[in-house]
Design a protein around this ligand. Structure first.
Ligand SMILES: Cc1ncc(C[n+]2csc(CCOP(=O)(O)OP(=O)(O)O)c2C)c(N)n1
Length: 1020
């Protein structure tokens, strides 16, 4: 009814317009580049001018007619002309209709409103409405009956919602087959007319069938943006759209030849090797190339791609254009790896290539990200890297850098990270301004049928949540594929939003080349065996059309086969495999030409007093005028100011000092995670909010100094897997950025376990690429129950690659070299200064390593957890171990026991020691860098206290925390000559008790064992 109201309401101003007193009304044009946010096009404010034959559904049609009439009164049927004139003249409800004058008479004399409705007009309106409804049905559900499946056994079952369209179904809309030759005016919501505004019903249906029910199925009517819907209608409905030049057809054939013959070649040479071939979806290659060509045309200079195993080698060879010999030598099992690192299988490796795009003659950089076997895990990583590249070249709209993500049908539907990634797509700090998704929908996942693999009709339904249009296409029709890929690339360039191309295809072989698919899909595979290859079909079509001759076609095949043969011959000359040739994210200038760090040292991470004061003053001020902050925050800023004055700072200020100083040095800092702007524990406050003006914010860190690097701090969506993957990708793009992801509580990292296990921990070993991402994981048993207590240090420590049984050679550069050799750094700082140093060290090191930091909760406000400026001045460093500094250290031989610990439990131990008056007999040593294990410093500490018992103390349970990692390394340090005792909670399944009293009792017991000097008496 709203539309009707609008229409009726607009009848009145029109009268004024016609008499020169009002403003004219414009129809909404389809913009070349529409704004990205949803906008209400119409404003529904007017009263209703009720007409008996108008109802909710008819109003749409009448509105279109009304617009047409506004432009040209002759463009509508006479009866409508009279109706609109009468309505404008103020005819009361039910009185605007008047029967048209006999043929030949003009309407000029009509001024008086006549009364009475006529059944034939009602019928006319109804019939037009019926036609409009039919058109809409095609637009909404035409894809249900499109011929998408090359096998014709379609896995998409719409039996419960049959689509009632076609010549023989018009009765369902109130029309009659005899109406098929009647001419109907077309609504503006269709473009099937081309230059015609009315068509016979038969032709309307024919054109709709051509647009929506052939080899392309367009799913877009759920998009709640009229301009975008109109844009898509134009792209698929206009008659004569699918025309290709001879040149385009020949290029398409050439690409199909490469795609098909590449797989054939691999099959011939290495028939028993797994390669996850593309057979059955060979049109993927021209699909990707079309997207890239079109995007290059619209200015894109860099495309970052992520994809699974299927067809990956083909994409490397024929899209990215990796040298064929480099691919072929991966099949040679005798070649040794030249680089450090353990490498990866060939269908996981990534690469980077800058080349000229032949179609546009422009430079384009293509990179395919290395990925693990874990399907879809690479999606957010690709998005993060894309965002970073856009950020570094100030591409705020995504015009220069874009991502393409490829998916398998089963994985796209099944993996939750796909959904998480989609939900990042329109968030300001995470958007990549549109991704083109291409699904290789071979209608099977390993051995599982779609009906067992998903509950949605299509594998692509997940994309609907972000209003991405979905173009299903029969992959056996390469021209249709090329067409939708062009539209997809144009969509992205126009609206900067995600789009999905669903290549409906089949898998000619088993899951891999060794698998027998007939075990599980016998009928499908009987059909597949009968299926003619798509190249053959397309070549025959072009030969029949006279586009190429058979001879030319066969010559083209022979030429490509020879290219493969020659490359194969050359691949035999390769003596060694270089993983670095497969690097997806080079960092030019950061390493020496040999890819080595430029030094093996780390300068002091301290700062001048002046700079510390300056950053402190920014952290405690509001650097803009007329900005009202919350009273509580004023107090926090005042307290910060006082801390700076007293030269003694807390955790939040230490973080500020680290970030601020790096920004000043031109290092971009990006902190992302749930609620990080304020900080989960309300300690950070990096974004100030004006208390009087909505959405007015201020980020003081960006007012540090002129020419500083920008600071990004962003509250993320409530995702760990997606967001951590994204940040890892962001950190991949440049070594000159400190990228941090903070978990709300440390234990939540486990929903991102895949990113940690598959990328962060082994990334460098598998793919020779470094990454300096920082994970901030709040950790500590503070009586808050089994959740929110443990960041699971044991898991990270278990995956460290430093040897527990071999005491390393201690050289001058040991501390840095050890970092270089490790897979990641695990730290738990007990002082703000050390936290400051370890963050700065991340960037001052001549290489990059992931850093896992267990961060405190209660220490954020602990009065003793403060650091003096003296510990942060030039010449100071991160302390891997903080030795005892009290009376016990003055007389080490008098010390009875040394408690080694890490993190916040240190403050509980010092308090207890003081209470028990044991300052002289018990030393407490803090291990701040857990891994790589500081063998050198630990040896110095154990050597110092020759008479003391060595005890590892932790508040965590025995099977958790650090003990299992520490114990063997500790024993190696002392050559197993002295026992290493354990103090901590006993083994347990949960990380902490849910009972506060039990928690306190456990703590008491723990302290008792730690400080009772007889607790290990009698033990060997
Ligand atoms: C997260 C994850 N779970 C399970 C697997 C094992 N696996 C490898 S391929 C595959 C089937 C994938 O099917 P689909 O996504 O349709 O791609 P296709 O192989 O058919 O191209 C499965 C289950 C995996 N690689 N990753």
């Amino acid at each position: 009814m709203h539309r009707l109201r609008t229409c009726a309401a607009r009848l009145r101003p029109l009268t004024a317009a016609r008499t020169g007193r009002g403003t004219s009304i414009q129809r909404t044009p389809v913009p070349a580049a529409a704004p990205r946010t949803f906008r209400h096009i119409r404003c529904y404010t007017a009263p209703v001018a009720a007409e008996p034959f108008l109802n909710g559904t008819s109003s749409n049609y009448v509105e279109e007619m009304y617009y047409a009439w506004l432009e040209d009164p002759k463009s509508v049927h006479k009866s409508w002309d009279i109706f609109f004139r009468n309505a404008n003249a103020g005819a009361p409800p039910g009185m605007a209709y008047q029967s048209p004058p006999p043929v030949g008479e003009t309407l000029s004399g009509l001024s008086q409103v006549q009364t009475g409705t006529q059944p034939n007009v009602e019928k006319l309106v109804e019939d037009h409405l019926a036609v409009q409804s039919l058109i809409r049905t095609y637009q909404v559900r035409g894809h249900h009956i499109a011929k998408l499946d090359p096998l014709g056994i379609s896995c998409v079952n719409f039996e419960n919602a049959p689509v009632t369209v076609g010549f023989h179904q018009v009765g369902l809309y109130g029309l009659d087959e005899s109406d098929l030759d009647r001419v109907f005016r077309l609504p503006t919501t269709t473009y099937i007319g081309g230059s015609e505004t009315a068509l016979a019903l038969r032709e309307i249906i024919r054109r709709l069938e051509a647009a929506y029910c052939q080899h392309i199925g367009v799913e877009f009517m759920f998009i709640n943006n009229q301009e975008q819907c109109q844009w898509i209608r134009q792209k698929f409905e206009k008659p004569g759209l699918m025309q290709f030049t001879l040149e385009e057809k020949r290029t398409l054939l050439a690409r199909m030849i490469r795609s098909t013959r590449f797989e054939d070649f691999l099959q011939r040479k290495w028939s028993s090797e797994k390669r996850f071939g593309l057979e059955g979806c060979e049109s993927l290659i021209p699909a990707l190339k079309t997207i890239i060509d079109k995007s290059s045309q619209s200015g894109v200079e860099s495309v970052i791609m992520g994809m699974p195993h299927r067809g990956r080698l083909n994409v490397l060879a024929n899209v990215i254009r990796k040298e064929l010999e480099q691919i072929f030598c991966q099949f040679d099992s005798k070649l040794e790896a030249a680089d450090e690192g353990s490498g990866d299988v060939k269908y996981h490796l990534g690469m980077y290539h800058r080349r000229i795009n032949r179609v546009t003659d422009r430079n384009i950089t293509l990179s395919l990200m290395a990925n693990p076997s874990h399907l879809e895990a690479v999606d957010p990583v690709v998005q993060g890297k894309t965002k970073a590249e856009q950020f570094y070249c100030s591409d705020t709209e995504g015009n220069r850098v874009m991502s393409i993500l490829l998916h398998g049908d089963a994985a796209f539907a099944g993996q939750g990270v796909v959904y998480e990634t989609f939900h990042l797509s329109d968030l300001p700090s995470y958007t990549t301004h549109g991704t083109v998704h291409v699904v290789v929908n071979n209608q099977i996942g390993f051995t599982t049928d779609p009906r067992m693999a998903r509950s949605s009709p299509y594998p692509t339904d997940v994309a609907r949540v972000v209003n991405a249009p979905i173009f299903h296409v029969n992959a056996d029709d390469p021209e249709a594929v090329m067409y939708v890929c062009n539209v997809a690339a144009e969509w992205r360039a126009t609206f900067h939003k995600d789009v999905v191309v669903d290549l409906v295809c089949y898998r000619r072989n088993g899951h891999n080349e060794m698998d027998e698919p007939m075990f599980t899909q016998p009928l499908m595979y009987k059909q597949i065996k009968k299926q003619k290859g798509v190249l053959q079909k397309y070549a025959e079509k072009l030969i029949a059309e006279g586009v190429v001759s058979r001879k030319e076609y066969e010559e083209d095949i022979a030429t490509y086969d020879k290219i493969c043969e020659d490359a194969h011959a050359r691949s035999k000359d390769e003596k060694i495999l270089h993983i670095k040739h497969w690097l997806d994210s080079p960092w030019p200038g950061f390493f020496t030409l040999d890819g080595q760090p430029k030094s093996m040292s780390c300068p002091s991470t301290g700062l001048s007093e002046e700079l510390l004061r300056h950053i402190g003053s920014v952290a405690s001020s509001v650097p803009v005028e007329n900005f009202t902050i919350h009273g509580g925050l004023s107090r926090i800023l005042k307290a910060r100011c006082a801390m700076v004055e007293s030269r003694s700072i807390d955790w939040a200020l230490a973080e500020y000092m680290a970030f601020g100083s790096l920004l000043k040095e031109g290092i971009h800092v990006r902190l992302s995670g749930q609620d990080v702007e304020r900080g989960t524990f309300s300690h950070r406050h990096h974004v100030l909010h004006d208390q009087n003006v909505d959405k007015k914010i201020c980020i003081p860190m960006n007012y540090m100094c002129p020419k500083q690097a920008p600071y990004t701090v962003c509250n993320s969506s409530l995702s760990e897997y997606g967001v951590l993957g994204f940040e890892l990708g962001f950190a991949m793009a440049s070594p000159n950025a400190l990228v941090l992801w903070e978990a709300q509580f440390g234990d939540f990292h486990n929903t991102a376990q895949c990113i940690i296990d598959q990328f962060i921990c082994p990334g460098q070993a598998k793919w020779v690429r470094q990454n300096g991402i920082v994970l901030l994981l709040p950790h500590g048993l503070e009586g808050m129950g089994p959740e929110h207590s443990s960041a699971r240090p044991e898991r990270f420590l278990q995956m460290c690659n430093d040897d527990s049984d071999a005491f390393p050679k201690i050289t001058e550069d040991f501390a840095v070299r050890q970092l270089y050799d490790c897979n990641w750094i695990v730290a738990n700082c007990s002082t703000p200064a050390n936290f400051f140093h370890v963050l700065r060290r991340q960037i001052l090191l001549p290489f990059r390593k992931p850093l896992i930091i267990f961060t405190p909760k209660s220490l954020l406000r602990h009065p003793e957890a403060r650091s003096s400026f003296d510990d942060m001045l030039p010449g100071t460093h991160f302390s891997r171990v903080i030795p005892e500094q009290g009376p016990a250290a003055q007389n080490p031989t008098g010390v009875k026991r040394v408690l080694f610990c890490t993190g916040k439990v240190y403050y509980e131990f010092t308090r207890e020691r003081k209470n028990r008056n044991l300052d002289e007999s018990v030393a407490i040593v803090r291990v701040e860098q857990l891994s790589p294990f500081p063998y050198d410093l630990m040896k110095a500490e154990t050597d110092k206290y020759t008479q003391a018992e060595l005890v590892w103390c932790q508040e965590e349970h025995k099977n958790q925390g650090y003990y299992d990692y520490i114990k063997p390394r500790f024993l190696t340090t002392v050559s197993s000559a002295r026992p290493v005792r354990y103090v901590g909670r006993g083994p347990a399944a949960a990380p902490a008790t849910g009972n506060k009293k039990a928690h306190l009792m456990e703590l008491e017991r723990l302290l008792e064992t730690a400080f009772n000097l007889d607790s290990f008496k009698g033990q060997s």
